[in-house]
Structure formats: structure tokens, C-alpha cells
Design a binder for this molecule. Structure first.
Ligand SMILES: [Zn+2]
Length: 136
């Protein structure tokens, strides 16, 4: 764990509390609508498909494929200055939702669209574990 973590941290509220508890146990989860079954991420108060507010969290496999990635050359937060350039990736989970995240480290040398990835977790504080993606 990095005790001097200086990057932005999430605000854990009633909507996201279960997600962060699952992440702390290194389990990736997405919201699932109890009415229509739609799985979505990031979380929202109502289902983006049917507007129901009856939603739950579902732990997913953590497996997905790389849709795209981009290299940031500018630090929008001071905490990132020491890591420039850094990579941000867009992953389509096997269960459907898209997740915007980082690679575990820099983009893999052989990164390509459709590359299989798996979720790994970085325990950045005592309370917060952030998901990253590594080659499967
Ligand atoms: Zn729904």
C-alpha cells in the first residue's frame, strides 16, 4: 500500500458504498437492475435502461477485453505529475458494462483492441482499493 497516495480519491456515499466494499475485497462489481436485469457502470440512482430505482450490486468475473486506450501527457491533477505520461484504458467487461480505468503499470507492449484483460486491485489507502487491468 502506498501511504503517500496523492491522487484524487473517491467519495464513498450510500450509492457507491457496496462497490467500494467489494473492491476492498478485490472483487469487481457492477450495478444490476432488479426490474429489467440491465448491468451498468458507473452506478446511478436509477437504471439507465428502464429508470427503475430497484438496483443491486453484482460481483462480476473481472474479465474483459480492451476496447481502446490513450496516453495522457498532461497532468490534470498534481498527483499525476510524477507519472507522466500515463495510460488510461476502456475495458468492456465480459458481463457487458464498460469501465474506464488504468492498466496495472503502463500499457502492455503488445496492447491491441480486443486483448483479454483481467481486473487487479491496487490498495491505495486503508479504505480504498482501485481497479486496474492487466493482460489475462
Ligand atoms: Zn432496469
Amino acid at each position: 500500500m502506498n501511504v503517500t497516495y496523492t491522487k484524487p480519491l473517491p467519495v464513498v456515499d450510500s450509492l457507491t458504498k457496496q462497490y467500494w466494499e467489494n473492491a476492498r475485497s478485490h472483487r469487481l462489481s457492477v450495478q444490476r437492475c432488479r426490474d429489467c436485469g440491465d448491468r451498468h457502470f458507473p452506478p446511478c440512482d436509477v437504471c439507465p435502461k428502464c429508470l427503475s430505482d430497484d438496483q443491486d450490486w453484482e460481483v462480476v468475473s473481472g474479465r474483459g477485453t480492451l476496447l481502446s486506450w490513450v496516453r495522457f501527457h498532461r497532468a490534470y491533477w498534481d498527483g499525476y505529475r510524477g507519472e507522466l505520461p500515463y495510460d488510461v484504458c476502456l475495458v468492456k467487461l465480459d458481463e457487458g458494462p464498460l469501465v474506464l480505468s488504468n492498466f496495472s503499470g503502463n500499457a502492455p507492449e503488445n496492447a491491441r483492441m480486443g486483448m483479454p484483460l483481467r481486473a487487479v486491485f491496487d490498495d491505495v489507502t486503508e479504505q480504498v482499493s482501485l481497479v486496474r487491468f492487466a493482460p489475462e
